[in-house]
Design a protein around this ligand. Sequence first.
Ligand code: ADP
Ligand code: ZN
Length: 217
Amino acid sequence: MKLILLGAPGAGKGTMAKLLTAVDGSVQISTGDILRGAVTAGTALGKQIESLMKSGDLVPDDLIMGIMEQRLQEPDCEKGFLLDGFPRTIPQAEALKDLLERLGIELDMAVNLDVAREVVLDRLTTRRTCSNSECQAIYNVNSNPPRQEGVCDKCGSSVVQRDDETAEAISHRLETYAEKTAPLIGFYEREGLLLNVDAAGPSETVLAAISARLGTS
Ligand code: ADP
Ligand code: ZN
């Protein structure tokens, strides 16, 4: 499958992407994971974006498009991909449309994971992430804690609160979402690609709605 996952920070894009990869072997492409990996590795790119990310600002569109143009041409994308956290602005969505046309790739749909602001706020403040940039497993202190507190079930690295998950950075990310990313819902609706899903409930329900539309259930 070739999907875009839309939704506010904390809507469950990463969680859904991980579940969907298990359906047919499509790869999860998370720009947030790629960028955090660059920051941890201390690459030139990482140094350039570290402070932007920490404060909850977006990384410049041209930088993201450079990363995605390369990433979408890697062989593991042939089976399909789940775009998680990209596109995030109208210019990115327009550039992606051109890029996919050039590469001869057709999207199945853009899924909007719709969750109320209070739910998202609660999820973000209780979210914890594996510190290993190769893993980045996601936990929640209430609903999905690691078996041993502070230790990743999958890789044994420490499980931490992300730098951009302070109350201040979270509210800034939600504002950025409302201003820059929410307009993508209308964009994909006009493209005839939008599937709106109520994502407040359990992830199985969301997965079922997506599978039904794809015809894989
Ligand atoms: P979340 O969806 O939980 O907010 P992500 O892991 O997707 O978090 O992104 C974390 C940060 O990485 C963003 O706040 C932003 O700084 C940067 N980022 C990720 N994807 C993009 C993108 N497509 N365009 C610009 N910045 C991005
Ligand atoms: Zn881990």
